[in-house]
Design a binder for this molecule. Structure first.
Ligand code: PFF
Length: 498
C-alpha cells in the first residue's frame, strides 16, 4: 500500500458561510427527507427517534469532529491523509485501508443515491402537470363506477392484493383491495393512498424515464465537481441550501395545519420501548451516520478544504444541529399526512413518494413541484460530497484532473445505477450494506484511529484543548468502538437469524 505522500490541497473554502452551506448541504439530503421518516416509521417511531438523537450526540458528533480534524491536518483526500499520517507518525499502514473502506462505502452510497434522486426528479414534472391533484377524484371514480357496474351486472366484487392492484387501478378494473392489518387480511375500498402508491409504482417501473432522470442528475453532479471546490461545490451549496430551508418550513406549517398533527405528535413523541430491538438500535446508529455523512471519510475530504481560522467543534455542532432539525421537521411534514389519510406508517422506502403527493394534490400545483425541486437540491449537495471522495483521490493520488476524474467516475456510477433501475430490490441491499453496516463500522474505526493511534497533539491543534477535547477523546476511544461493534455484531446476527 506504499505510495507517494503527495502535496497538499491548494483549493479551500472561500468563506465560513460557504463551508457551512457545503457541509450542511452534504448532511441534509435524502437521508433526512426520505430515509429518516421511513426508517423511523418501520421502527416504531418515537423510541427510534430517541435512540437516534442519542446516536447523533454520542456517536455521530465526535466522529464528525475527528473527520474534520484529520482532514484539515492532512490537507489531502481521505486515503492520502491516512497515508500521510501513518507515514509521518510511523503508524501501521493498514490504517490506510480505513480510507479505502470509506471510499467504497461512499461510491456504493452514491450509486443508489442517484437513482432515488432520479425518482425525485421525475416527480417534479409530474407535480407541475397536476398529476397529484386527481388522486381523490380517481379513487372516488373507481369506487363509484365499480359499485355501479356491480349493481348493473350483478357480478362479484373483484378482490386483489394491493401489491398487484396498481396496473388495474388505472384501468378501473379493481373494486377492492386486500391489505394486511396486524397480520390479518382485510378488504376495503380503494383509497387516495392506494392511487398515490400506484402512481409511485408506475413511476419506478418506467425504467427508461428513471434512467434519463438519473443520468441528467449525475451529469449535473459531474459538471459541478469538475468546476472545483470554491467555484463548484461551494457556489452550488450557497444558492441551493438557503432556498431549501425556506421552502421546507412552509411545507411543515402546511402539513401541521391541514394534517393529523395529534396522531403524528404521539407517534413521534411518545416512546414505545416494546418496539425496540437490536435491529432498531443498529438502524438508528446507521441513520445517524448516514444523515451526518460520517463514517465514510467524506468529511475528511471536506475538512481538507477548511481554513485554519474555522473552529471545528463549533461548526461540527452547527452542522449536526441543522441536520437533526431538518430530519425532525421532515417527520412533522410527513406523518401528519400519513395519519390523516390512513396510510401505513411503516410503508418503507416509498413513504415520501406516496404520502406527500397526496397533500400536494390539494394545494396549488407549483407547491409540490417546488418541494420536489428543493428535495432534489438537498440530494444534489449530498451526492456531490459522496462523489468528491473519489474525484479528490484521483486528483491528488493519480494526478487525474477534476474534469477527467469526475467524468470517468460518473460513467462507472451510471453502470451501477442502471443495475438498480432494473433490479429495484438491490437498492435495499446496497442501502443496508453501506448505510447500516459500513458507515457505523467506518465510524468505529475512525474512533479507534483518532482516539488511540493519532498523537494527541494533532487533535489538540485541530480541536483546541479543554474539557470538550477530553469528552470527545473519551467517546472516540471507549464508547464508540465498544458500542458500535456490539451493536453491529448483534444487529447483523439478529437480521439474518430473522
Ligand atoms: N447525509 C446525506 C443525506 O442525509 O442524504 C447522505 C450522505 C452523504 C451519506 C455523504 C454519507 C455521506 F458520506
Amino acid at each position: 500500500m506504499a505510495g507517494p505522500v503527495t502535496v497538499g490541497k491548494t483549493d479551500h473554502w472561500g468563506s465560513r458561510f460557504g463551508f457551512i452551506m457545503a457541509a450542511v448541504g452534504s448532511s441534509v439530503g435524502l437521508g433526512n427527507l426520505w430515509r429518516f421518516p421511513f426508517t423511523a416509521g418501520e421502527n416504531g417511531g418515537s423510541a427510534f427517534i430517541l435512540i437516534y438523537l442519542f446516536s447523533v450526540l454520542i456517536f455521530g458528533l465526535p466522529v464528525l469532529m475527528a473527520e474534520y480534524a484529520l482532514g484539515r491536518h492532512g490537507q489531502r483526500s481521505a486515503i492520502a491523509t491516512l497515508r500521510k499520517i501513518t507515514t509521518d507518525e510511523k503508524k501501521p499502514k493498514a490504517w490506510i485501508g480505513m480510507g479505502w473502506l470509506g471510499a467504497i462505502a461512499s461510491l456504493l452510497l452514491f450509486s443508489f443515491y442517484i437513482v432515488i434522486s432520479g425518482w425525485v426528479f421525475d416527480y417534479i414534472p409530474q407535480s407541475f402537470s397536476g398529476a397529484f391533484a386527481n388522486f381523490s377524484s380517481e379513487a372516488e371514480l373507481l369506487n363509484a363506477s365499480i359499485g355501479q357496474a356491480v349493481s348493473e351486472i350483478n357480478s362479484q366484487i373483484t378482490t386483489v392484493h394491493l401489491s398487484s392492484a396498481c396496473a388495474f387501478v388505472s384501468d378501473g378494473i379493481i373494486t377492492q383491495v386486500a391489505v394486511m392489518v396486524d397480520g390479518q387480511e382485510t378488504f376495503r375500498d380503494i383509497t387516495v393512498g392506494d392511487v398515490s402508491g400506484c402512481r409511485f409504482a408506475e413511476t419506478t417501473s418506467n425504467k427508461l424515464e428513471v434512467f434519463a432522470y438519473t443520468a441528467v442528475f449525475l451529469a449535473l453532479n459531474v459538471f459541478i465537481l469538475a468546476r472545483g471546490v470554491r467555484g463548484g461545490i461551494e457556489r452550488a451549496a450557497e444558492i441551493l441550501m438557503p432556498a431549501f430551508f425556506i421552502m421546507l418550513l412552509g411545507i411543515v406549517v402546511y402539513a401541521c395545519v391541514t394534517g393529523d398533527l395529534g396522531s403524528a405528535a404521539s407517534f413521534l413523541l411518545t416512546p414505545d420501548f416494546t418496539k425496540v430491538s437490536f435491529n432498531t438500535v443498529l438502524a438508528a446508529v446507521g441513520q445517524a451516520f448516514f444523515s451526518l455523512s460520517v463514517g465514510s471519510c467524506v468529511m475528511f475530504t471536506y475538512g481538507a478544504y477548511l481554513t485554519r481560522e474555522t473552529s471545528i467543534p463549533k461548526n461540527a455542532c452547527l452542522v449536526a444541529g441543522a441536520d437533526t432539525f431538518v430530519a425532525l421537521i421532515a417527520g412533522f411534514a410527513i406523518f401528519p399526512i400519513v395519519f390523516a389519510f390512513g396510510l401505513d406508517e411503516a410503508g418503507g422506502p416509498g413513504l415520501l413518494f406516496v404520502t406527500l403527493p397526496i397533500a400536494f394534490g390539494q394545494m396549488p400545483t407549483f407547491i409540490g413541484a417546488i418541494f420536489f425541486t428543493l428535495a432534489l437540491f438537498a440530494a444534489f449537495t449530498s451526492a456531490i460530497s459522496l462523489l468528491e471522495v473519489g474525484v479528490s483521490w484521483l486528483e491528488d493520488q493519480k494526478a487525474i484532473g477534476r474534469v477527467k476524474g469526475a467524468i470517468g467516475l460518473g460513467l462507472v456510477m451510471l453502470l451501477f445505477a442502471t443495475a438498480y433501475i432494473f433490479r429495484g430490490d438491490l437498492i435495499d441491499h446496497a442501502d443496508f450494506l453501506s448505510g447500516t453496516v459500513m458507515l457505523p463500522l467506518g465510524g468505529a474505526l475512525i474512533g479507534i484511529f483518532a482516539g488511540w493511534i493519532v498523537p494527541r497533539h494533532i487533535l489538540e491543534t485541530e480541536l483546541g484543548t479543554g474539557p470538550h477535547l477530553k469528552l470527545v477523546l473519551f467517546l472516540l476511544r471507549f464508547i464508540i468502538p465498544a458500542f458500535i461493534f456490539a451493536i453491529l455484531i448483534t444487529g447483523i446476527y439478529a437480521k439474518f437469524a430473522g
